[in-house]
Write a protein that binds this ligand. Sequence first.
Ligand SMILES: [Zn+2]
Length: 113
Amino acid sequence: MHELGITRSIVDIAERTAREHGGNRVTSVTVEIGALSGVIPDAVEFCFEACSKGTLLDGARLIVESIPGLGRCPDCGREQEIDNHSFACGDCGALGLERLRGEELRVKELEVD
Ligand SMILES: [Zn+2]
């Protein structure tokens, strides 16, 4: 499960950022996870408590904001919501949708004490 490593990185980034701002404790962390990032939000939530134990994030609330995938058809230009299994345009059937959004994985916000 690669979410364990990803969750560790999230905790690392949040901890480093909190330290840089002189925080002693992180009370909540907001992460954006795109539908096309290949990361399963539930799995990150599952790993978070174990990964945050003994860090500045111990007891912090994890808020996951899911970003839906958005793609554009190379032929007709139609924009549509897509997931990792979408390859064809829903209108004209053209293949190779351009990915506009949904590959995000980042720490968006921290609340620090
Ligand atoms: Zn199309």
